[in-house]
Ligand binder design. Structure first.
Ligand code: HEC
Length: 200
């Protein structure tokens, strides 16, 4: 039989060794436990910022950057409808809609607490400019907050374009239509894009 290594025992010819794990491994283990506990405490107990908060902040920053380039837009029909095909602005508005409106109107606009915005029936809208007015004023009696002061006038205009465009993709499982059917929006000339601004 071979000479046993120090700390090794022999049971019926089977050599059982007891090598200690290397210190770096032990410390890594201790650090992961410490990190895990700190993570738990930070995210779930003290309510520290999460990846979701960071994502939402990034979406809002993106929307802000996109809209800043437009200067102040007027909330008239030509401007609202003119930006309906403005893909860069609409991508920014998708983020804004998700962070500010989706909790009541659903991410796809299909409606939950608030009505379905993807059908052609409207409760309080007969003209596309009513969308901007409602976003600004809200509908206090029904629990829809007004966004005047929280969003810039330009954001409200572009968000109205985004809402007007939602009808292109009716939510298949959206809330049932409420209000009156409104004729399709008139066609408008595309608005000219803002000066190119360098990206971040
Ligand atoms: C706290 C919930 C809530 C949030 C957040 C909210 N809404 Fe609403 N919204 C409502 C409710 C409820 C109504 C229905 C009011 C009524 O019955 O007249 C409504 C109505 C509307 C309407 C009119 C719909 C119609 O059929 O006439 C528009 C447009 C609208 N919301 C857009 C938005 C946009 C854009 C945002 C985000 C900036 C937003 N809403 C955020 C609850 C909300």
């Amino acid at each position: 039989m071979k000479e046993s290594a120090p700390g090794a025992e022999d049971y019926d010819g089977i050599r059982v060794c007891d090598h200690p794990v290397p210190p770096w491994w032990k410390w890594l283990f201790v650090i992961t436990i410490g990190y895990g506990m700190a993570f738990l405490l930070w995210h779930f107990i003290t309510g520290g910022s999460t990846a979701r908060d960071a994502y939402e902040a990034a979406l809002a920053a993106q929307a802000e950057q996109r809209t800043a380039a437009y200067g102040e837009l007027a909330a008239d029909e030509a401007t609202i409808l003119g930006h309906i095909d403005d893909e860069a602005a609409m991508a920014g508005m998708a983020g804004l809609f998700k962070s500010k409106c989706a909790q009541c109107h659903r991410v796809d606009g299909g409606g939950s607490i608030g009505p379905n915005l993807t059908d052609d029936a409207w409760i309080r809208v007969t003209h596309v400019t009513d969308i901007a007015r409602i976003i600004g004023e809200g509908v206090a009696v029904k629990g829809m907050p007004g966004w005047e002061g929280m969003l810039t006038p330009t954001q409200i205009v572009l968000l109205s374009s985004y809402v007007a465009r939602l009808q292109r993709h009716p939510a298949f499982d959206g809330k049932k239509a409420e209000g009156e059917v409104v004729a399709p929006w008139p066609r408008a000339a595309p608005a000219s894009p803002p000066e190119e601004t360098p990206g971040p």
